[in-house]
Write a protein that binds this ligand. Structure first.
Ligand SMILES: *[C@@H]1O[C@H](CO)[C@@H](O)[C@H](O)[C@H]1NC(C)=O
Ligand SMILES: *[C@@H]1O[C@H](CO)[C@@H](O)[C@H](O)[C@H]1NC(C)=O
Ligand SMILES: *[C@@H]1O[C@H](CO)[C@@H](O)[C@H](O)[C@H]1NC(C)=O
Length: 216
């Protein structure tokens, strides 16, 4: 099972050229699953803390983007309907996998090295601050987890330190890859499935406005 290296190819591989296919590539990479095991209470608590912090970034960026929509021309933004659909989603994993998808979409110009639209230019500074804060806040949780579970992942921890001050746009991709990267380093810390909506698109299960996304 070749786990290393797969996360870096997500969203930027030559065949992964749109948000949908990019997340689909991530979803497919994710299909190499680690065997199911019941997490310890320690792992469970860590997962919950990390998810809460990760979700805060998704939520903050999406609300920021939503509030900016009325001031932007349609071609410099994304369709308001995606936010309205998000509001109808019930269930934590469904909600945040949808938010993750919209988040990736908002940031897609960065990942494909296109000229960013106005929406992205406006949300990017706040987004980067939120992501740096995320890495700063996640680090003590992971440090504590590693200490109590007697594991050593010094590169993971030193990366957190560096990411807490990172200003490069690559910060966005690193954030999107974080759940995958964490799982590859510490398989027992498997976060909720943020690629759930992308996978539903692959399988033709997601419908309505989401199908429109596949065709754009
Ligand atoms: C949006 O439309 C305006 C006016 O047609 C154009 O100048 C601008 O480049 C377009 N933006 C994008 C991101 O396509
Ligand atoms: C740490 O960051 C480097 C540089 O971005 C990356 O190549 C490496 O895979 C990361 N390691 C971990 C454990 O996240
Ligand atoms: C920023 O990240 C990109 C990859 O996303 C890389 O090519 C570039 O060299 C980085 N710039 C700096 C200043 O680290």
């Amino acid at each position: 099972m070749a786990r290393s290296g797969r996360s870096t190819s997500f969203l930027i591989g030559s065949t992964c050229w749109s948000v949908v296919t990019g997340l689909i590539c991530l979803a497919l990479a994710d299909s190499v699953r680690v065997p199911e095991r019941s997490p310890t209470i320690l792992a469970e608590n860590t997962i919950q803390a990390v998810e809460r912090l990760f979700n805060q970034v998704l939520y903050a960026t999406i609300e920021d983007a939503r509030q900016r929509l009325p001031g932007l021309p349609a071609n410099e933004s994304i369709d308001r309907q995606y936010f309205e659909e998000l509001d109808l989603v019930a269930g934590n994993e469904d909600y945040y996998s949808t938010a993750f998808y919209i988040f990736a979409w908002i940031n897609s110009d960065l990942m494909y090295h296109n000229t960013p639209n106005k929406l992205l230019i406006e949300v990017l500074p706040g987004e980067k601050i939120a992501i740096r804060r995320f890495f700063a806040k996640v680090k003590p949780h992971l440090t504590k987890y590693l200490r109590l579970s007697r594991q050593d992942k010094s590169e993971l921890v030193s990366n957190m330190t560096q990411l807490a001050t990172e200003t490069n746009d690559s910060l966005i991709t690193t954030f999107l890859e974080f759940p995958q990267n964490l799982k590859s380093q510490l398989p027992e810390l498997q976060l909720m499935d943020y690629t759930k909506l992308a996978q539903a698109l692959v399988q033709g299960v997601a419908r309505g406005i989401w199908m429109k996304a596949v065709n754009t």
